[in-house]
Design a protein around this ligand. Structure first.
Ligand SMILES: *[C@@H]1O[C@H](CO)[C@@H](O)[C@H](O)[C@H]1NC(C)=O
Ligand SMILES: *[C@@H]1O[C@H](CO)[C@@H](O)[C@H](O)[C@H]1NC(C)=O
Ligand SMILES: *[C@@H]1O[C@H](CO)[C@@H](O)[C@H](O)[C@H]1NC(C)=O
Ligand SMILES: *[C@@H]1O[C@H](CO)[C@@H](O)[C@H](O)[C@H]1NC(C)=O
Ligand SMILES: *[C@@H]1O[C@H](CO)[C@@H](O)[C@H](O)[C@H]1NC(C)=O
Ligand SMILES: *[C@@H]1O[C@H](CO)[C@@H](O)[C@H](O)[C@H]1NC(C)=O
Ligand SMILES: *[C@@H]1O[C@H](CO)[C@@H](O)[C@H](O)[C@H]1NC(C)=O
Ligand SMILES: *[C@@H]1O[C@H](CO)[C@@H](O)[C@H](O)[C@H]1NC(C)=O
Ligand SMILES: *[C@@H]1O[C@H](CO)[C@@H](O)[C@H](O)[C@H]1NC(C)=O
Length: 421
């Protein structure tokens, strides 16, 4: 029994020692409250509260505490002793509750030691730069921006990497983002931008503002093409994994070229007979384990694949209704099909439907096109529509719902306007 009293007493003493907040704001545990990110409120959502248990302030940040108080991780309370929380990195020191750079460890460093890192991810370029080395070199990390000095072009967050404070800027992979410059050669597409960093204000300025140009290169794949153009004609759905578990995003788009770099867009005008390159791909799947296989593609004048009169792909191979090549199928996460654009006389649109599945790359992806195709199971359908404005000769007497374009083009020369749905 004595022991219990002693423990309680010690705890109480520690609490008092720590200078824990004892003012008029309620303790969170007395009013059913807690802290969402940085703000602590009672259960009524109106009154502020002060964290008193470890679960209240999960961020362990000073921001949980009233002005003039600091979060004490050990005492689990808001204390009047000045503490930096979260704690500072090795190249920082705590000053008035804020982490500021301690540039001692950068002594003798020069601008040549400043090497921002650039990581080219599939969806962003990540540029990271040491905050305190910049400060030591008399640059102001608060002035960093990419391309154009507009909102959204500045570092979004900072972390402590290898005990060093690092600022990170995520640059988006699209032409409109903060003055991105996009160039390409036949194989790759390049995204280039420049990081601008201003100097610290001081009576004597000894350095020039800094420009740091960075570039990421990407294979000219369908996915990149889709993301750098505006309003491509895209159909999408989700597709189950090989064993029926999990789901991947499946995208189908129509491209103008066999390098799959230019998707058809809302404003494009195309003549019958033009090659249409269908690109179908999944994102987020493991390309070493899985591939994407297109089993069947059909074209219909109506928004339904039932009784579609034209078959483009069957059993994963080119069908003979229209001029078709299956360029790539069951090899990677991208499948590629070319066909020549034809027109249905009875309709102003052609709807393309493809039955697609994921396959195990070591197992059931490639099938010979001469053998009869087996029953395909577990497929999902994705569709796009290519509507056209018919402005050609209307005197045709062809009443078949569809014919290969080679026949049609002599009597039904028309134009396609491909629109976004
Ligand atoms: C709060 O604690 C301080 C010492 O940390 C003490 O001087 C003060 O009287 C206390 N106030 C109340 C209302 O208990
Ligand atoms: C700054 O960092 C150096 C070592 O890098 C350390 O010796 C010094 O105590 C630090 N200064 C402060 C105020 O924390
Ligand atoms: C900086 O350079 C001076 C003289 O060159 C040298 O004495 C000192 O050790 C160097 N400091 C560091 C941290 O490298
Ligand atoms: C960029 O890509 C387009 C489309 O594939 C191609 O026509 C062009 O020649 C490429 N640019 C260069 C410099 O190769
Ligand atoms: C750095 O970029 C700024 C802003 O674009 C420009 O005005 C300046 O001339 C550039 N400086 C150098 C040395 O290229
Ligand atoms: C880019 O293309 C080259 C050659 O086609 C290939 O070897 C490389 O693996 C591709 N890289 C990526 C990230 O797909
Ligand atoms: C396109 O970019 C967005 C973010 O800008 C990303 O979420 C999406 O996954 C990208 N799509 C492809 C196909 O890479
Ligand atoms: C599905 O297959 C993957 C890869 O073979 C495997 O990792 C996963 O555990 C399987 N899931 C189920 C539910 O069988
Ligand atoms: C086709 O029909 C589906 C549902 O039946 C609808 O969600 C889709 O928008 C339609 N597409 C067009 C191009 O009308």
């Amino acid at each position: 029994m004595n022991l219990l009293y002693i423990i309680v007493l010690v705890a109480a003493l520690k609490y008092a020692d720590a200078g824990c907040y004892n003012g008029s704001i309620a303790a969170c545990n007395t009013c059913g409250g807690g802290c969402e990110s940085v703000q602590c409120f009672c259960i009524n959502g109106i009154d502020s509260c002060v964290p008193t248990t470890a679960s209240d302030c999960l961020s362990q940040s000073n921001d949980c505490c009233p002005t003039g108080y600091y979060y004490d991780v050990n005492a689990i309370c808001c204390t009047d002793k000045v503490i930096c929380n979260p704690s500072c990195s090795d190249d920082e020191m705590c000053s008035a509750g804020e982490c500021v750079c301690n540039t001692t460890m950068y002594k003798n460093k020069t601008i040549n030691d400043l090497k921002p890192s650039v990581v080219c991810n599939s969806d962003i370029m990540l540029i990271s730069i040491s905050r305190c080395l910049l400060t030591y070199l008399k640059y102001d990390y608060n002035t960093i921006y990419a391309g154009t000095n507009t909102p959204g072009c500045t570092p979004q967050y900072n972390t402590i990497d290898n005990n060093i404070r690092v600022d990170h800027l995520q640059a988006e992979l699209n032409s409109g983002w903060c003055g991105n410059k996009i160039t390409n050669d036949s194989q790759k597409i390049y995204f280039t931008n420049t990081l601008h960093i201003g100097v610290l204000s001081s009576p004597i300025i000894t350095v020039n503002p800094l420009n740091f140009t960075f570039t990421c290169s990407y294979n000219l794949t369908m996915q990149i093409a889709l993301n750098v153009t505006l309003h491509p004609v895209v159909g999408s759905t989700t597709i189950p994994g090989t064993n029926g578990s999990g789901a991947f995003d499946l995208v189908m788009a129509a491209y103008t070229d066999n390098s799959y770099s230019t998707p058809f867009q809302e404003s494009d005008v195309v003549t019958v007979g033009t090659d249409i390159y269908l690109g179908i791909f999944v994102t987020g799947a493991d390309g070493n384990a899985f591939a994407l296989r297109v089993e069947k593609c059909v074209a219909s004048p109506t928004n339904t694949s039932v009784d579609a009169p034209v078959t483009i792909v069957t059993g994963g191979c080119a069908a003979s209704d229209v001029s078709t090549d299956v360029i790539q199928n069951g090899q990677t996460l991208e499948a590629k099909v070319r066909f020549s654009l034809f027109k249905f006389e009875v309709a102003d649109s052609v709807y393309i439907f493809c039955d697609v599945r994921m396959c195990d790359i070591n197992n059931d992806c490639i099938k010979s096109c001469t053998s009869k195709s087996g029953k395909s199971s577990n497929t999902n359908q994705v569709s796009i529509s290519l509507p056209y404005d018919y402005i050609g000769d209307t005197s045709s007497s062809v009443t078949n719902s569809a014919l290969p374009w080679a026949v049609l083009c002599s009597t039904l020369l028309g134009f396609l306007t491909i629109k976004l749905y």
